[in-house]
Design a protein around this ligand. Structure first.
Ligand SMILES: NC(=O)c1ccc[n+]([C@@H]2O[C@H](COP(=O)([O-])OP(=O)(O)OC[C@H]3O[C@@H](n4cnc5c(N)ncnc54)[C@H](OP(=O)(O)O)[C@@H]3O)[C@@H](O)[C@H]2O)c1
Length: 302
């Protein structure tokens, strides 16, 4: 549950990154329909013209890969639009695929700048505001790719694994300050994320033919999945709104760090947990045997 009883159902101000498409765009109408206000941001807000006259919507240019100084300045502007921000949704992202050996440092860095450092830096820009008010909710759009690596899927997975770890730590830092953090761990949802021109599978010239099969298999799978993903993004957005606003079937329930959305996400995470438990059991004695003989216990991290 992301609300104390005193704040329950009061109108909130949301700021969402990457609103030109997919989840971001769906958030805009869904938030307004619940009576909340939204600062819809995008690299180029001219792509959001359809919302320019919508009451309770303000548009703001925001590229999540901008410098911290630029993001801080955007945050200052954003906070003036409705007098504050209650909910930050770190949504902007894209999928870079390819073989480790073939991808360049610059390509992977750009994936991280968007999917990981972008989220960290935008969040850092709004934290002073939320910390001073001792309230706020921060949502990160994570993925089953942050739980499972697939061949040629390394860069996107790495960015989402990094996000999972960083957000888990952030939740522990911010919970005593009255700020909520959630990771929406999404399965495959029918947005534009795998559309041609959005998904990226760059290869060098000449390509290394040893990787042809894994890359072509992943690229074909992405192409075939595009438009047929099992997840309905409208439902996912409504669910996230329910969690933040403490409404619907989650009303009154304590929602933890992770909001797992999608039957595929449920299965992958469950299987990963069971496989990890099996590996731990199989090598239990062996793993423990590396302690110094007679070593005392130190406090475990939690
Ligand atoms: N759909 C899924 O199955 C799925 C599953 C797990 C997680 N997710 C996550 O959900 C989030 C939204 O994805 P989506 O499915 O809605 O994909 P989408 O339809 O492709 O939308 C992605 C959005 O991110 C924006 N964006 C990309 N780089 C940006 C930048 N540097 N600064 C600001 N905005 C930027 C895009 O804007 P432009 O128009 O300017 O490119 C676009 O608005 C992503 O973080 C994604 O990883 C999606």
């Amino acid at each position: 549950m992301s609300n104390s009883p005193s704040t329950h159902n009061r109108p909130r101000v949301w700021l969402i990154t990457g609103c030109t498409s997919g989840f971001g765009k769906l958030f805009v109408s869904a938030i307004v329909a619940r009576g909340d206000k939204i600062i819809a941001t995008a690299r180029n807000v001219s792509a959001l013209d359809e919302f320019k006259d919508t009451p309770n919507v303000r548009l703001l240019n925001l590229d999540v890969t901008a410098t911290q100084g630029e993001l801080d300045a955007r945050a200052t502007t954003a906070l003036e639009l409705f007098g504050g921000v209650d909910v930050l949704v770190n949504n902007a992202g894209y999928v870079l695929s390819g073989a480790w050996e073939e991808l360049t440092h610059e390509q992977v860095l750009h994936q991280f700048h968007t999917n990981f450092f972008g989220q960290m830096n935008v969040t850092r820009a709004f934290l002073p505001h939320m910390r001073h008010r001792s309230s706020g909710t921060i949502i990160f759009m994570s993925s089953i790719a942050g739980w499972l690596g697939v061949a040629a899927g390394g860069p996107y997975s790495a960015s989402k694994f990094a996000l999972e770890g960083a957000a888990e730590s952030l939740q522990k830092e911010l919970s005593p300050l009255g700020i909520q953090v959630h990771l929406a761990v999404l399965g495959q949802f029918r947005t534009n994320i795998l559309a041609e021109g959005r998904r990226q599978v760059p290869r060098p010239t000449p390509a290394i033919d040893a990787y042809d099969t894994v890359i072509e298999t992943l690229a074909r799978r992405q192409e075939e999945t595009n438009g047929k993903q099992p997840g309905d993004p409208v439902r996912a957005v409504e669910w996230i709104l329910d969690v933040v606003r403490d409404e619907g079937s989650v009303a009154g329930k304590e929602v933890g760090l992770r909001i797992v959305l999608g039957s595929d996400a449920q299965k992958i995470i469950r299987d990963q947990c069971l496989n990890t438990l099996r590996d731990l059991d199989q090598f239990d004695e062996f793993s423990r045997s590396t302690d110094f003989p007679g070593a005392g216990r130190v406090d475990a991290y939690s």
